[in-house]
Write a protein that binds this ligand. Sequence first.
Ligand SMILES: [Zn+2]
Length: 291
Amino acid sequence: MTALIWLALDGVGHPADALPESVWNAKLPTLRPLVEAGLALDAGLGVPGLPQSATGQACWLTGQDAVRYMGEHFGPQPGPTLRRLLDQASWPVQLTRAGGRAGLANFYPPGYFERHLQRPRHGCFPYSVLSAGLPLNPPDLPPVLPTLGLSYAAPWAPQHPLADIAALGEALARAAAPYDLVMCDLWLGDLIGHSGAPELPSASLRAGQTYLQRVDALLEGLLAVGAKVLLSSDHGNLENLQTKSHTQARVPLAWAGVLSPQVSDIVEAGQWVGQQLELTSTPSLFDPPPS
Ligand SMILES: [Zn+2]
């Protein structure tokens, strides 16, 4: 099985639900057509409130309705309830159990491990990898900075040239060969999205556009060497920089090298991810946790 490479965007709503002046108005020759050819999915799941990262990502990572399981939209990191769901049902856990290979290509600096030694508060992607008994910073994958070479803090100035990112995509696709699933937890979009304000801050808009151009370059590199790719998002935020909160926007599901999914929300999309890995979600796990 060729590795499925999963670019998991955080907080990037679909362009169809974006403001007229948005981060999507940028030169995105690879990303934009792929997203337009893909699907716009519901992330609200009929539950009041704004979609959040932990429940949204847990839906993608298990194919189960993590919002109903949790009783509300919840985030940014999973608490005990969602961690229990991920422990039992996340794709990295199920894949490892089935003898397959999953990896998270994100680079984590030493400071990350120091912070989490005291009080572990991993997001769903690193949590599901650790819960599967797999390492962060796997030595055989090229380290992917979740900022894709921008600075971690506002105004998110470029620190690495854009050309490096396409090369990184190619290197990642090649290094992924022994894997079934390689994930990139790309959370900078949500961070930039939280800098929104009613007057639409131009620095945030520029940073968001620069960031998507880097996602575009990563995708270009992956596709140049024929990778099987899935691009997702957990909830809206960055597509509307006139608010600093998350949004009800639909989220993109885009793909290359796999059969088209027929799904309408992020739970069904999560199930589809499992099918690509020849795994199935386990409906019995959906029972609400004991209170
Ligand atoms: Zn957020």
